[in-house]
Write a protein that binds this ligand. Sequence first.
Ligand code: GRG
Length: 264
Amino acid sequence: MDKLSLWKEKVEVKLRQILAPSEPLLLYEAMSYYPLQGGKRIRPLLLCGVCDALGGNVEDAVVVGCAIELIHNYSLIHDDLPALDNDPQRRGLPSCHIAFGEDIALLAGDALLTLAFQVLSDVSQFNQVEPSDLLLIIHEISRRAGSEGMVGGQVMDIRGIGDRREINLKKTAQLFAACFVSAGIIAKKKSMLKDLEKVGIRTGLLFQMCDDWKDKDGYFKLLGEDLAKVIKEEETELKEELRRLSLLTPPIETLINSFIPTYN
Ligand code: GRG
């Protein structure tokens, strides 16, 4: 089995363990509905890839990756709600609020966000991460997921505050940066954290640009040709940067290629 398939399997197993059935069953079903549906797992897999490239413990990366996946899925549940995107479908299935009602979907999102930090603060989940480093990881993730990051970016997006780059930086790229920085902390490469943050942001911005490109109904359609050119340039620069940091390993390159459009 190749490394990516192995790590993906570990992420799936750990998520099922974290999201074991619990009472009240209705809340458990709504909480596990998105995270156990699949999804690409791009964030946990990047975290595993970076941690592996830096010589860190991948089992520990899987746990942190699952916590970030819980945060990502909470954001999807809340984003699909009528008050935000009002999207009745996600991954080809009814959205969480369609399946469980708006009240339960809202609370399931809250519970997933809380669960992420319950997992991260549970020292028994980890093999080689010191509690002081867990605290650092919790700080990095919460800072990038909250008002200074993902939630702040979402507010800027829905209210048209700031430019597109700043919105994407906060809304999407900061959570990618959290993956890269957390991997560096797990691998005890503290001197690399600034570089990991920069390359993580770059990866997240490219991911969002590619997502915008695929969303051809959006206004980016008008900018289609330009965007394709920018994507190509950004891909080249990102890969050069990753190579400079000895992070352009086969799994990381495969993950990046997986979200680059093929322009057919
Ligand atoms: C805090 C409510 C709230 C929202 C935060 C991240 C976000 C803002 C909203 C989610 C919707 C959105 C357009 C996010 C941009 C990032 C993005 C393309 C998410 C989809 O992520 P994938 O492709 O999803 O990794 P899968 O299905 O693979 O898990």
